[in-house]
Structure formats: structure tokens, C-alpha cells
Write a protein that binds this ligand. Structure first.
Ligand SMILES: *Cc1c(COP(=O)(O)O)cnc(C)c1O
Length: 357
């Protein structure tokens, strides 16, 4: 295993005083983890250094052809003050799946989790103490070769940065308004939909902008071929409860395999609910709605955990779900997952990884 070098900052920043005003993604901690990849040498020069700018050639390949992948997870503080992670091994495993698709070299998953824990031990005080707030963790890899030609790069940087983030729901679990996208598509068969890569977000911005202009918060993407089958929401997977059955789109390569999605499925099964992963046409959703069988709609993702959907707009049709209130299954999943993450309920699944064992 690589050895990590430590260069600790002499000017520690002041930590945010009001943890109810953290927001998301603006504040970064004192240190970051960095390592290099060089063809022929592999991953090398693993180090924890003060958080700061990166020097890049203007010709750096990531800037021109977008060879980049990332992950997102959180560190949670429990009532006894200890810090823990939720299924972090799954994030590094998925990072390697994304890496393969984007022709980025594989990482040593175990080493990366060890490096993350080492960084977190140094930054432990940055994990918020306020209920619902957490330390967001962003590992990412990008191509750095100074070369303006198209090919997989020979040099990369892997970094982990940390950002304290506020409670997603400061005023309770408010349902979101979602707009079914029928003009743009996010992913196609054989494309990069299943990889956590910057390109998938760049491609989604135009649709997102148009949804915002119509006062909708997020878009629901349909498949890229027929624009008929439901795929996912911006940065969340989507679930429907139809006539008591929990249904979510099958992972066919154009949907990001969310860890929250996977956990929600496992929890529902354990609770004895009927769950199915299958193709779901948007007209099937509209029909279920008209027949009064669309009980709940919710998104799943690390940021919000569970995000109930109150309004779904498809063309001229506006569906109001469960009177714009959170449903029973959505609430159960939210309580179970956040309960485990903040250490309020026992972890029956073996998903919690304490920072210090
Ligand atoms: C990260 C992400 C998700 C959610 O994945 P989690 O592992 O549950 O956080 C869903 N969709 C997209 C496009 C994503 O990038």
C-alpha cells in the first residue's frame, strides 16, 4: 500500500459558527488528499496537504475533452460525538466502474477508503455538530496531460475535498416540483449514464434551466431513444409507489446506480414491501395517477436522502401526488436511513463504518 505524506496547514480557518447556515458546497476544510497517476509508475505521491489551488497547464486534457469522474458521500456525527460513514466502500467501487467507462486508471479501493479516513481524522472537528448537517466528501479524478489531442491521458490527479453542508431540509421534508423533460435527453444506450462523470451534468444544464424558468426545481429524464421510459432525476434516482407496490427503473446502463437507491430497495424488501425494478413508461405513471393508484413518488440520493415529489408535470398534465405531502413509505425510508446515518437507530445491515474502530 502507498504511504501517505502529511503536510499540515499552519493557518487553520475559522469554522462556521452558525451550522444552520452552511448551505451546500461553498465552504472547504483546511486540508485535502491528493495523489498522482503517471503512466508506467501507477498511482504515486499520496499526500494530505493544505486545501488550495491546483496548478494546471491550459492544455490539460480534462479542460478540453472532459476526462473526469467523481463521487459524493458524507461523514455524520452521532449523539456521542463520534463520526461515521454510510457504505463508503460502495462509493469507491462505483468510482472504479466510472473510471473504466472513461478510460481512467483503476484505483485501489481499500487504499482510497483508508486515505479518506486519514483525511477525516485530521478534519474531524469540521464534521458539523448540528442535527441534519454533515461533512460532504467529494473524491474526484481528472486528466492533466498538457496535450490538445484526443486520447486517454497518461497523467491524472485523484483528490478528496471536504465541505461542511447544512441540513437539506431546514423546514421539514417539503415535496419538490418536477418537470418531465421531453425535449432534451441525458443519456443513451451505450453512453455514459451509469458513470458519475462531469459530462452527464454538463449535458443536463439546459433542461434544468428551462425547468427553473417554469418554476420547477428538477427534471425527470426519459430514455434517450423513445423518450417514453422513466430514467432518473438530475442527481437522484426515482421511485413510484403504484397501488402499494414500490417501483423503480431498472438499471439498463443509462441510469446512475445510486447507493441510496440500492439501500432503499434493500430496506423495502426487509420490511416485506413488494419492490420491483423494471421499465416504467411515463404514460403508465399518468394512467396510474388518473386511476388514483399513484400513491407516492420520491427521489433518492446522498444529498437529500429521500426527496418526496409533490408535483409532476408532463406536457400539459400536472399530477399532484399524495396531496403534496410526504407519503408513508417515503417517510419510513427517510427515518430508517437518516436514523442509521446519525446513529439514532441500530444498523441491521452492516452499512455503517465508524471513523475510528
Ligand atoms: C450521484 C447520483 C445519484 C445518486 O446516487 P447516490 O449514490 O444515491 O448518492 C443519482 N443520479 C445521478 C445522476 C448521480 O450523479
Amino acid at each position: 500500500m502507498l504511504e501517505i505524506k502529511y503536510e499540515l496547514s499552519e493557518n487553520l480557518k475559522e469554522k462556521p459558527k452558525d451550522e444552520t447556515k452552511l448551505g451546500f458546497g461553498h465552504i472547504f476544510t483546511d486540508h485535502m488528499f491528493v495523489m498522482n497517476y503517471d503512466e508506467g509508475k501507477g498511482w504515486n505521491n499520496a499526500r494530505i496537504v493544505p486545501f488550495g489551488n491546483v496548478e494546471l497547464s491550459p492544455a490539460a486534457m480534462c479542460l478540453h475533452y472532459g476526462q473526469e469522474i467523481f463521487e459524493g458521500l458524507k461523514a455524520y456525527r452521532t449523539a456521542d460525538g463520534s463520526v461515521q460513514l454510510f457504505r463508503p466502500d460502495e462509493n469507491f467501487k462505483r468510482m472504479n466502474v466510472s473510471a473504466k467507462r472513461m478510460v481512467i486508471p483503476q484505483i485501489d479501493e481499500e487504499f482510497c477508503l483508508y486515505a479518506l479516513k486519514e483525511l477525516l481524522k485530521i478534519e474531524e472537528e469540521w464534521v458539523p455538530h448540528t442535527e441534519g448537517a454533515a461533512l460532504y466528501i467529494r473524491p474526484f479524478i481528472f486528466a492533466t496531460d498538457p496535450y490538445v489531442g484526443v486520447k486517454p491521458a497518461d497523467h491524472y490527479l485523484f483528490m478528496i475535498i471536504l465541505s461542511p453542508s447544512g441540513a437539506y431540509y431546514s423546514t421539514g421534508l417539503n415535496p419538490v416540483k418536477i418537470y418531465v423533460e421531453s425535449k432534451y435527453v441525458r443519456a443513451v444506450r451505450g453512453g455514459t449514464g451509469f458513470a458519475k462523470t462531469a459530462a452527464n451534468y454538463a449535458i443536463s444544464l439546459a433542461g434544468q434551466e428551462e425547468a427553473h424558468q417554469q418554476d420547477y426545481e428538477q427534471v425527470l429524464w426519459l430514455d434517450g431513444v423513445e423518450q417514453r421510459y422513466v430514467e432518473e432525476v438530475g442527481s437522484m434516482n426515482i421511485f413510484f409507489v403504484i397501488d402499494g407496490e414500490v417501483v423503480t427503473p431498472l438499471l439498463t446502463g443509462s441510469v446512475l446506480p445510486g447507493i441510496t437507491r440500492k439501500s432503499a430497495i434493500e430496506i423495502c424488501k426487509k420490511k416485506g414491501l413488494k419492490v420491483s425494478e423494471r421499465k416504467i413508461a411515463i404514460d403508465e405513471i399518468a394512467k396510474a395517477y388518473d386511476e388514483g393508484k399513484l400513491d407516492e413518488v420520491f427521489g433518492t440520493g446522498t444529498a437529500a436522502v429521500i426527496s418526496p415529489v409533490g408535483h409532476l408535470k408532463w406536457g400539459d398534465k400536472i399530477m399532484t401526488i399524495n396531496d403534496n405531502k410526504i407519503g408513508k413509505i417515503s417517510q419510513m425510508l427517510y427515518d430508517t436511513m437518516t436514523g442509521m446515518q446519525w446513529g439514532k437507530i441500530p444498523d441491521e445491515f452492516g452499512w455503517i463504518v465508524p471513523l475510528k474502530d
